[in-house]
Design a protein around this ligand. Sequence first.
Ligand code: SAM
Length: 291
Amino acid sequence: MVTSPSMVEYDNVDIAFQFKDGRKVVADTEVAYLLPSDSTEVERLRLNHNLWKLMLGGLFKSPLAESLEKGITVLDVGCGPGFWTRDMALLYPKSQFIGIDMANVFITADLPSNVQFHIVNAAKGLPFENASFDFVFQRFLVMGFPTETYKHSVQEIKRVLKPQGKIEILELVNHYTDPSPAFSKISSWIDQALSARDMDSYIGDKISSFLQEAGFHGIKDINYSVPIGWGGQVGDLYLAIQRLALPAVGVMVSQLASVTNEEYKRTSKEALTVTDQFHSSTRFRLICATK
Ligand SMILES: C[S@@+](CC[C@H](N)C(=O)[O-])C[C@H]1O[C@@H](n2cnc3c(N)ncnc32)[C@H](O)[C@@H]1O
């Protein structure tokens, strides 16, 4: 059995939260993330985790199943509640898993002993020694890391990976294919909000180049397109996720984009009711590579 990497001492700031429109959000200038950190958001992330198990036909794409069976060390950056971390830990009991997130939304039920969660502001670096992990996973930080922080995160992941260690990043691209007018507007408001925080709607399309610049090799970049409310089980599930995602994103958009709360709510309602007429999809990218 491998042992879990220990954390180095780090400045673990107590991140402040506040309530906006009944949702719990960060109230700390050190954190760019503006989506809520509350139980409704945990439910969205649970459904999203189920969606991606369906999309990938499993939990990851890197060629690691055999090593995970034998026992390796794995880090999940910005793990949220940690559904991925927990499922991986249950599936691979000889491996050790650490999930880090700036918000304490970690699940506590059915946690096996080979998983640990820690509150960490990953924008400040990863509090682990060089070469601590065999595999680092990072999923959906497009609305959390400004561009420079994203690049730095990739470099930090490389630092904490062992030689030949694997990185895997799954990211949403804020771009709808065949959008309804309502989804077009929502996408442009999200873009405005992200730009206001130096974040990039299209960062998913640039991750391969960040990995290349950081010196990773064997980079694989896979495109996914997820239908919203059409095309069967995946589309239905993604529509259910959108019903929770649009209000969550609304908290960020109403602070940082030029749209009123009322207009955003009206447009969201429209977006969710016409999905069978427009056959819109969202783009995602999964990038894996080796140190
Ligand atoms: C969209 S959620 C995705 C969570 C998880 N990766 C998943 O796929 O379910 C983004 C997560 O990133 C976390 N996050 C945002 N900024 C962060 C930061 N600076 N340091 C650590 N976690 C951060 C948020 O708290 C949130 O849990």
